[in-house]
Design a protein around this ligand. Structure first.
Ligand SMILES: *[C@@H]1O[C@H](CO)[C@@H](O)[C@H](O)[C@H]1NC(C)=O
Ligand SMILES: *[C@@H]1O[C@H](CO)[C@@H](O)[C@H](O)[C@H]1NC(C)=O
Ligand SMILES: *[C@@H]1O[C@H](CO)[C@@H](O)[C@H](O)[C@H]1NC(C)=O
Ligand SMILES: *[C@@H]1O[C@H](CO)[C@@H](O)[C@H](O)[C@H]1NC(C)=O
Length: 450
């Protein structure tokens, strides 16, 4: 009887290992479309019609990034659509259409754009003040919602003309968002309740005439990006370092003596001095590596050193961010050299988001011949005596994302293991240790009986 109950309880102590294996296997398949770490993430595009003109309307377009940890990087967003009728754009503020097109039928060369499928870009911050509006002109960059909500949107204004007689206008069709490059899919613009805002110091509510809205969601499958990031692990209790999985982001060429490798299949050009595709040659070939090192073990804390290395020779990251999922973040955590926040609950383990501190390590610089570009922090995590253990890979992160892209993890069977014998000293949570002791004691007591 006693035996059976001890056995079943013991298998309870193995759940962290089972969990890690399941999560690692699920990681690849879950990384597309639906993201369990950011289930409500999207970019919302809103057209607010706020004023009628002779044959058209004025509208304010807002692109709001609701993704917690996915930002829109250089060269910024590009918004496109197809006019439902014969609309054209009289003028625009805070952004511009890339093509003016053929406006000759309107007998004016002052029109902004007469193309059927305009493509809109944000202005740069140094544009002349009379072309600017509130919330414009950041070169199309949008910060992640969890990091900097005040810079997570762009807006611009346009005057639309040439509506059909007696028409109140029709929502543009086939909205596309490059942010930047492929990856986002947008639904149709739909009529929703008009946007309401506050006036006169918040005492009066005003509303626009009409609002059209859609959401765009990201899929790494559509973006068809090769992986850009991998994870390596090490600990104070085992001298073995678990490297990034071989060929995580591509395989290096057979010639292992070279220092400079190219990520895409196109051959190395002579212009390696500026080619943005060249990285330092490694066995994983990832431009970004994240290293998780378990530094030390105290009575009620443990310490981790986290390092992000940039192997690009000619590409630095101005606003990098790193997302780490680890159950240890449910406890009080001290982060020394990065800004950080916890994401709202989306999954069973806690998720921490890290980013640089302005003027200190906000920029992850590129690698040079002499030195690797990197940012690093140490962190002190409190132990939850119920769950904390060094065994079965519990202390390693479950998943990591760099700038919103999932990082390739080593398989659990290659994780650094505890030295034999050390297991019973600090590896087991206290209740498991107690069970094991009971088990061993009962074993010993049984021996004379046999
Ligand atoms: C888009 O994100 C916002 C904010 O998280 C959320 O309220 C909204 O429901 C999302 N929309 C969709 C269609 O997921
Ligand atoms: C521009 O549009 C006008 C009127 O629709 C048309 O007559 C003219 O051929 C067009 N020009 C070009 C270059 O397409
Ligand atoms: C707009 O999208 C619909 C559905 O995806 C497609 O059938 C249609 O051809 C598109 N219109 C244009 C003008 O590209
Ligand atoms: C990050 O940390 C720095 C310094 O601690 C602080 O000034 C800054 O406001 C923080 N937040 C952001 C969004 O960078």
């Amino acid at each position: 009887m006693a035996f059976i109950s001890i056995h079943s309880n013991q298998s309870n102590c193995l759940w962290p290992f089972a969990l890690v294996s399941i999560i690692v296997v699920a990681m690849g398949s879950l990384s597309d479309c639906y993201d369990p770490l950011d289930p409500n993430g999207n970019i919302t595009v809103t057209f607010d019609t706020y004023q009628w003109e002779d044959d058209g309307y004025s509208a304010k377009v807002t692109i709001q990034n609701f993704y917690q940890y996915r930002h829109v990087d250089q060269p910024g967003w590009k918004l496109g659509w197809i006019w439902a009728q014969n609309e054209m754009i009289w003028s625009m503020k805070g952004a511009f259409a890339t093509k003016q097109g053929n406006c000759s039928s309107f007998k004016s060369d002052m029109l902004h754009s007469c193309v059927k499928d305009p493509e809109i870009l944000d202005l740069m911050p140094d544009s002349s003040p009379d072309q600017m509006t509130d919330g414009c002109c950041r070169g199309g960059l949008l910060d992640a919602w969890a990091i900097n909500p005040s810079k997570s949107f762009s807006s611009f204004q346009l005057k639309v003309g040439n509506l059909q007689a007696n028409s109140f206008g029709t929502a543009p069709l086939n909205l596309t968002l490059m942010a930047p490059g492929l990856g986002y899919t947008c639904g149709p613009l739909l009529d929703v309740n008009p946007t309401v805002s506050l006036d006169i110091g918040g005492k009066r509510q005003v509303q626009v005439f009409r609002t059209w809205k859609t959401t765009c969601t990201y899929s790494s499958f559509i973006a068809a990006k090769t992986p850009v990031c991998c994870v390596s692990l090490s600990t104070f209790y085992n001298p073995t370092i678990t490297a990034c999985p071989l060929c995580s982001c591509g395989c290096r060429s057979a010639d292992i003596t070279t220092e400079i490798c190219k990520r895409t299949s196109s051959p190395l050009t002579n212009d390696v001095q500026s080619d943005p595709d060249v990285v330092k040659c490694t066995d994983h070939m990832c431009p970004i590596r994240v290293h998780w090192h378990i530094m030390s073990n105290y009575v009620d804390h443990w310490r981790v050193k986290l390092t992000v290395t940039n192997y690009n020779y000619h590409k630095s990251f101005l606003d990098w961010n790193l997302l780490v999922q680890h159950p240890g973040f449910s406890q009080r955590t001290t982060i020394y050299s990065f800004n950080s926040t916890m994401l709202p609950d989306g999954f069973r383990d806690e998720v921490a988001l890290f980013w640089g501190i302005p003027y200190v390590n906000a920029e992850l610089i590129s690698t040079t011949e002499d030195e690797l570009g990197s940012v690093t922090t140490e962190m002190l995590l409190k132990k939850d005596m119920e769950s904390f253990t060094f065994s079965h890979g519990w202390a390693f992160p479950r998943r990591l994302y760099f700038n919103g892209e999932s990082c390739q993890m080593p398989l659990p069977d290659s994780f650094p293991t505890l030295p034999n014998g050390a297991v019973f000293i600090f590896a087991q949570p206290p209740h498991c240790l107690f069970l094991l002791l009971t088990y061993l004691t009962s074993q010993a007591l049984l021996v004379p009986w046999l």
